[in-house]
Design a protein around this ligand. Structure first.
Ligand SMILES: *Cc1c(COP(=O)(O)O)cnc(C)c1O
Length: 462
């Protein structure tokens, strides 16, 4: 299986190189040359299988010769072994036609664990085979960073540097990044917002001398292997609700567009997804773009769903590439305009294609809080604020087709917002109960490329 860049001017790579590289050298994102379909019979055959076996069936065609069947089975088993639920991604019912897909049973209590735990296994297998060492650098609005640190802590051939916006993430998120004691873990608090952190990471990848000198590898949500891992739970949920014989819809709390883009890959593989709904908080650039056709960046306004507080949504570039019928030069032009002017207009044909693929909605802070309160009262389910954004938006899209809202984090990750809405403070699972006693280790830096690069060069082995 070959991978091509959304900007059409980077080398074609195989799965392993795509995974280890992250961002393409032309600034674009890698995508498979073709999306391999599953037949109706193959999709029907997933029914009743374990999460791990379904993951193997869904991901196998994308991985090519990078890992043999037996190895891939083992890596998948290891990735999900530490999850706190045998179904891995269990479904719960909220209303006759509305379900929650609980994606927070992994070690850091957010859906990012699904991709990151697997990528940790895949990286380790690939690097120990080649004897390479890499420096992983990532930006996080909270959950990616802790998931990456959890997946890579203590691995011999990897250093992991995570940039997060100082004072703009929850205390649980911060402590999950600053308390691991392993030497190869480096938490960096950056003065700025998430977009500052993300821009620093992008600039490091575009500085080829630095990129090659430290063997930079990216595990941000632009990494194709992460998107691929997230395709799996669309299938497990869809099949549990009657696919391929019955269609299903999904609403996805969205920031960087990685999770929902995985849904569009599941659909391209043959899963009958009727609606795929983008749910945003008041940082609603994606919703505004779908309404107006203009992608116009604004400030980032802090919210109670901080993992969605962004204006530049990296994986949206993949959806644009599809919408422009895979014309890399059209995407490169739009991204150039974005960098120069802070926005771009989507052509009419591409906008229609996007609207055919995705619906959208937004939830204000008040609507998010009210949804947490009402859902707890009516069903007993306690939602995290991100999930509540999804549930609010999904309610406007309910129909006879079952709707699945992705529950992207455990409520105990955002205890202040949840307590304010329900009156009860959600407890951390017992295995994390001592998080607030563990010592923290973090380096604070200005949002300055040279400063971050200097620190990375100093910390990694010569
Ligand atoms: C990362 C994250 C999101 C947004 O997911 P994207 O793939 O960036 O769109 C939503 N909710 C939570 C809890 C997250 O951690």
């Amino acid at each position: 299986m070959n991978y091509i860049s959304t900007r059409g001017a980077a080398p074609v790579l195989d799965f392993e190189a795509t995974m280890l590289t992250g961002l393409a050298r032309d600034g674009g994102l890698y995508l498979p040359e073709h999306v391999p379909p599953l037949t109706t019979g193959e999709i029907a055959g997933l029914s009743g299988q374990s999460y791990e076996d379904q993951a193997f069936a869904v991901m196998r065609p994308f991985i090519g010769g990078a890992f043999g069947d037996e190895t891939l089975h083992e890596l998948i088993a290891a990735a999900y072994a530490a999850f706190g639920h045998p179904a891995r991604a269990p479904l719960k019912q909220l209303a006759p036609d509305h379900f929650l897909l609980e994606l927070f049973h992994g070690p850091t209590l957010a859906f990012k664990d699904f991709a990151m735990q697997l990528i940790g296994q895949l990286f380790q297998a690939a690097l120990s085979r080649s004897g390479q060492r890499v420096t992983i650098v990532g930006a996080t609005s909270g959950d990616t960073g802790s998931a990456a640190i959890e997946a890579f802590r203590g691995l011999g051939n990897v250093d992991v540097f995570i940039l997060y916006p100082h004072d703009r993430i929850s205390e649980v998120q911060r402590r999950q990044m600053t308390t691991p004691a392993e030497e190869n873990v480096h938490a960096l608090a950056i003065d700025g917002d998430f977009d500052t952190c993300q821009a620093l990471v992008k600039d490091m990848f575009n500085d080829f001398a630095f990129r090659d000198a430290v063997a930079l590898a990216g595990v941000n949500s632009i990494n194709w292997a992460r998107v691929l891992a997230q395709v799996v739970y669309y299938f497990t949920a869809g099949v549990a609700l009657g696919a391929p014989h019955r269609p299903v819809s999904f609403t996805v709390p969205t920031g960087n567009f990685g999770d929902i883009y995985a849904g569009s890959i599941a659909r391209a593989m043959g899963l009958p997804i009727e609606k795929l709904v983008i749910a945003t908080n008041h940082n609603d650039i994606l919703h505004r773009t779908m309404e107006s056709g203009g992608y116009v960046t604004d400030e980032v306004y802090p919210s109670i769903s901080p993992s969605m507080d962004i204006q530049v949504s990296s994986n949206f570039e993949r959806a644009l590439f599809d919408a422009y019928a895979r014309d890399g030069s059209a995407v490169a032009r739009a991204m150039g305009e974005l960098k120069e002017t802070g926005g771009f207009r989507i052509g009419q044909g591409a906008l229609e294609a996007l609207r055919e693929s995705f619906a959208s909605g937004r939830a204000s802070e008040d609507e998010t809080r009210a949804t947490i309160t009402a859902t707890a009262r009516e069903t007993g389910e306690v939602l995290c604020p991100h999930t509540a954004v999804g549930v609010h938006v999904a309610q406007a899209h309910l129909s006879a087709t079952p709707m699945v809202t992705l529950a992207t984090a455990h409520p105990a990750k955002f205890p202040d917002a949840v307590e304010a809405a329900t009156g009860a403070r959600p407890a951390l699972p017992p295995r994390m109960a001592d998080l607030f006693e563990r010592p923290e280790r973090v380096t604070r830096l200005p949002g300055d490329l040279a400063a971050v690069q200097a620190l990375i060069r100093e910390r990694i082995p010569a």
